[in-house]
Design a protein around this ligand. Sequence first.
Ligand code: GLN
Length: 195
Amino acid sequence: MKIGVLALQGAVREHVRMLEQAGAEAVTVKRKQDLEDLDGLVIPGGESTTISKLMHKYDLMEPIRELGKSGFPIFGTCAGLILLAERIEESDVSHLGLMDITVRRNAFGRQRESFEARLNVKGVAEDFEAVFIRAPYISEAGEGVDVLSAIGDRMVIVQQGHLLGAAFHPELTEDPRLHAHFVEMAKQARQAQTV
Ligand SMILES: NC(=O)CC[C@H](N)C(=O)O
């Protein structure tokens, strides 16, 4: 599987390393042409407003949205999750709007700027170490959305078919299992295409 990592801002190299550990080939995406021949795309964390501006500047917003609508696998982490959501609370940042979820930005409160938690991730891991940095959470999810992990009533990993979103930074720890789950999603999407 050849997976792209959107390389406009954020921990790009760490995602590349994780994808390689998960058995995929990973390439960076900076221009529209880089999206050709990919089996999936990771949108890293950072600042969603900045990434959104850069996506427009480099003419990537529309092509990625069209890919997402056509069943192409996308994994958004932290700011990347915000960009995938259909609804962002109290924000008008331009975004992809592909997943039937509502997200709340910087949602864990000031005193918890960053923290770590061990998550039970449905079908993936029972003890997944997760680093949250000014993280959002998912406050609402539509019927077609599978909640893979939550902290209390705050959803932190969701999947909607070929789209995966995590509120934290899975690239900053040493556990490639969530990336491996995404690579598996990409394999299934590829198989579905060739049948
Ligand atoms: N670590 C992150 O990606 C933080 C996301 C950031 N708070 C935002 O709203 O874009």
